[in-house]
Write a protein that binds this ligand. Sequence first.
Ligand SMILES: CC(=O)N[C@H]1[C@@H](OP(=O)(O)OP(=O)(O)OC[C@H]2O[C@@H](n3ccc(=O)[nH]c3=O)[C@H](O)[C@@H]2O)O[C@H](CO)[C@@H](O)[C@@H]1O
Ligand SMILES: C=C(OP(=O)(O)O)C(=O)O
Length: 430
Amino acid sequence: MDRIRLVGGNELNGEIVISGAKNAALPLMIASLLTDEPLVLTNVPRLADVKQLERILENHGVDIAVHGRRRGEAEGVGQRMTFHAADIVDTTAPYDLVSKMRASFWVIGPLLAREHNARVSLPGGCAIGTRPVDLFLYGLKELGAEIDIDEGYVVARAPKGGLTGAHITFPKVSVGATHTVMMAATLARGVTVLENVAMEPEITNVAEALNAMGARISGLGTRTLTIEGVDRLHGATVEVIPDRIETGTFAMATAMTGGDVLLRGAQPTHLEAALEVLGQSGVEITQEQDGLRIRRNGNGILPVDIETNPFPGFPTDLQAQFMALMTKANGTSHIRETIFENRYMHVAELSRFGADISVDGQVATVTGKPTLKGAQVMATDLRASVSLVIAGLAAQGETVVNRIYHLDRGFERLEEKLSRCGAEIERLAG
Ligand SMILES: CC(=O)N[C@H]1[C@@H](OP(=O)(O)OP(=O)(O)OC[C@H]2O[C@@H](n3ccc(=O)[nH]c3=O)[C@H](O)[C@@H]2O)O[C@H](CO)[C@@H](O)[C@@H]1O
Ligand SMILES: C=C(OP(=O)(O)O)C(=O)O
């Protein structure tokens, strides 16, 4: 199993190109199941999760091609890929493929809409909570699907003639349920109104893609989506938005070490809450034509209290990284995690650096310390893993992060991007 070794103490200075967003690329790939024409995606990041979803889609019969960079396209631009689901050959998504990644469950929406049946294993993904699928099932049932749970599989059938539009109010905001029910509703008969949807930028990226494929979705970027069902969707070319979680992660890494880094291609409107908090912690943030510049020179890190919330709130996917930053703040901060009930597994690992953190229910109290010491630590989930890298970058001496397969799910060429900015970091194979 690969590990990361780093020696802390260097400032970060230079430029980092932000990759395409994992959490947009995955549902966009899934949207290809809705049409028998090719869907071309640009700026797709090279990640383990993308590879895993390719396997799942291929199992359904999707033809996938990866094209090189086009002449004139900037270095760092992600993959250009074509997904062509001319025929769906299998509507089952088996356990061994789906159990590795939460988003793979979302194929249930398009399969049900287009093929009128789907058999999808209950999902896996980061172990950050129980992560039920009741909201998905509620939404799909409201569209007319009949649903049974059989031997760990969700078996869904649409009535003769397919799904029908409905007025659905989600009792809780869910990113995955919004993607899935929105995709299913594009091919339903009549109008669907979805209330209390997630409005993360990745949802808007997918909704815009669906509209480019011929869907009729309005209310993009709001809590209510109205979807007029159409008979069929067609192909399109769609660009994956820049990864706001990767952006926030490198911003926090720079805040942690000090220095001056340009995050090329970052889209600041996608992470305003996190940038505001970083500003309050003493980091200078400037928007430039090519991206976001993050600077912290000389001054210390101020403690700031945060609470995670659905977009536009502070993202839960940046909570661990922010906690790492607060371990070196000049004072005490409080973090309230409201999205996932078990997203504090990094606390025990951050403590190995000497961090002072206590947890009481949803709230973590972090008392900053001037010095962290490098340690052997273990990655427990995707974002927790990168919080350990951030701590290691500012710790004295050597840190080894074990089990970095979690990191590879969601961060493209992390070591390379950081070492180009002056970090002493390398991957140890095997
Ligand atoms: C691939 C992807 O995009 N993953 C993101 C997505 O995950 P994911 O789509 O799994 O997260 P959700 O927004 O669905 O989860 C939010 C909350 O709703 C709960 N819930 C969800 C569905 C359901 O049927 N019932 C239910 O109770 C969850 O347990 C959680 O407590 O959004 C999360 C919240 O921003 C992010 O941390 C993940 O990185
Ligand atoms: C939790 C995440 O991913 P997943 O939903 O796939 O587990 C994440 O991207 O931080």
